[in-house]
Design a protein around this ligand. Structure first.
Ligand code: HEM
Length: 225
């Protein structure tokens, strides 16, 4: 018989779905700021392999070249991003959900097996409790990245008032580059996350909305409550 089990607490679902539009707005407004001084590229000396970003990129996304507007949105939404992230971290600590999220000793070896399995290079199915090892690493990394974005963001927002944070980041220029790299990291995380969600299917996706997952009789899963 099919079983319905509780998978995601309401608070986690709220933090997760609230974060999505907020982060989208942070990236969008970040682009409106970055455009005004778009210095980053991959290349050496005068040779540019990839420019962040070519003119066509701004045109394709209809970036309106509004620096002041970008800054206003960015500095308003950063509060929502920070408060939501802080509440998420506090909730995972106090509810014990961190147990399903933090990687353990075996996670790095198992994550490799998850990768081989996902690429159809291995038939061995790695252990999947609430999250598999690759998810644990990715979800913990994204939280650390969030903290990194806040710290590097503060360092470039008020480099004098937060001079210690700027120093910790390696100075203003390094903090700005780190802030940018972290943003590219979110986009990459998001693309992989979406592919995985689509691959895993409807049951898994709807559980992030309803909180409940349907377990078929053949599949053995641990309860997460
Ligand atoms: C359309 C956008 C998104 C969709 C459809 C989506 C979907 C999902 C689903 C279905 C899960 C549960 C995975 C499972 O149970 O195996 C999940 C978990 C998670 N997602 Fe997303 N997600 C989206 C955007 C994002 C974004 C933008 C971030 C952060 C940058 C993010 C970070 C996370 C994290 C950290 C978890 C684990 C949450 C926990 O249990 O504490 N997601 N997502």
């Amino acid at each position: 018989m099919k079983k319905i089990v509780h998978k995601h607490p309401l608070a986690i679902r709220w933090f997760h779905w609230f974060n999505f539009p907020v982060l989208t707005c942070m990236i969008w407004s970040g682009l409106l700021i970055y455009w005004a001084n778009d210095v980053y590229k991959i290349g050496w000396n005068n040779k540019t392999l990839i420019k962040f970003f070519p003119e066509d990129f701004y045109k394709a996304l209809h970036i309106p070249y509004h620096l002041a507007e970008g800054m206003s949105w960015h500095f308003a939404f950063m509060w929502l991003f920070a408060i939501n992230g802080l509440l998420y971290i506090l909730f995972t600590i106090f509810s014990g959900q961190w147990r399903f999220l933090l990687p353990n000793k075996k996670s790095f070896r198992e994550a490799w097996m998850v990768l081989l399995h996902d690429l159809h290079l291995s038939k061995y199915t790695p252990p999947q409790l609430k999250y598999n090892a690759a998810q644990r690493i990715a979800y913990t990394a994204i939280v650390i990245m969030g903290i990194g974005s806040l710290l590097t963001g503060l360092a470039i927002y008020k480099p004098v008032q937060f001079s210690r944070i700027a120093w910790l980041c390696g100075g203003y220029a390094a903090a700005r580059a780190e802030h940018f790299i972290l943003t590219i990291g979110y986009v990459l995380f998001f693309l992989i996350h979406i592919v995985q969600v689509i691959k895993t299917g409807w049951n898994n996706f709807q559980a992030m909305i309803t909180g409940f997952e349907i377990i078929k009789p053949t599949v053995q899963k641990a309860s997460h409550e």
